[in-house]
Design a protein around this ligand. Structure first.
Ligand SMILES: [Zn+2]
Length: 209
């Protein structure tokens, strides 16, 4: 069984993937992590990917898919986190899953643009000791001040509204169409991304065997 976690940055895909991995003992396949580890360990696939990256090209979809499946062996199920990101990738994955006769389900975490912006811009970091906070999820006791060293909290440039809006617009342009693809195939289950993380996890469990 393959579970595809789908949703925009800030939707909690990674958290849900980790919870599911913990509960079921499945492999958590994050494309970014796998790509980095294959390249670092200089595997055959990693070396191929490295050649594309070094010449400034995108790593071909099929190569990424081969890597994902190479990391899947042994476990009863796997969670895809961050893949597919484009319609072309979704089609390539669909062909591969068909060839391997693997069943899958897609969970889409739904959040409004406004909610995503709040989440993604809420992170604060201590300018002195580096402790991370979040205005909504993990606020400091004193506004703008680090709990452990009382230094000033800052927002990283990557978490600014301008950068966050750019990331979200890339997502809605390139990745969002993947949702309709799975909807048409009858594989998509939408979940309210604002629910408590354990409630979301329970819904996921109830929808997989
Ligand atoms: Zn501090």
């Amino acid at each position: 069984m393959i579970v595809i976690m789908f949703g925009p940055p800030g939707s909690g895909k990674g958290t849900q993937s980790s919870l599911l991995k913990e509960k079921r003992g499945w492999s958590h396949l994050s494309t970014g992590d796998i790509l980095r580890s294959e390249v670092k360990q200089q595997t055959e696939l990693g070396l191929k990917a490295k050649a594309f990256m070094e010449s400034g090209q995108l790593v071909p979809d099929q190569l990424v898919i081969d890597m994902l499946f190479a990391h899947m062996d042994g476990a009863e199920g796997a969670i895809l986190d961050g893949f597919p990101r484009t319609l072309t990738q979704a089609q390539a994955l669909e062909a591969e899953l068909g060839k391997r006769e693997l069943d899958y389900k897609v969970f889409s975490l739904e959040l409004s643009q406004e909610e995503l912006e709040t989440r993604l811009t809420g992170r604060r970091v201590c300018s002195s000791c580096g402790t991370l906070y979040h205005l909504n999820f993990f606020p400091p006791a004193q506004e703008g001040q680090c709990d452990s060293c009382q230094s000033q909290l800052e927002q990283r440039p990557d978490d600014s509204l301008e950068v966050v809006r750019k990331r979200l617009s890339v997502y809605f342009e390139q990745t969002y169409p993947v949702k309709a693809f799975y909807e048409e195939l009858g594989k998509l289950k939408s979940l309210d991304g604002t629910m408590d993380k354990h409630e979301i996890q329970n819904s996921i469990h109830m929808n997989i065997n």
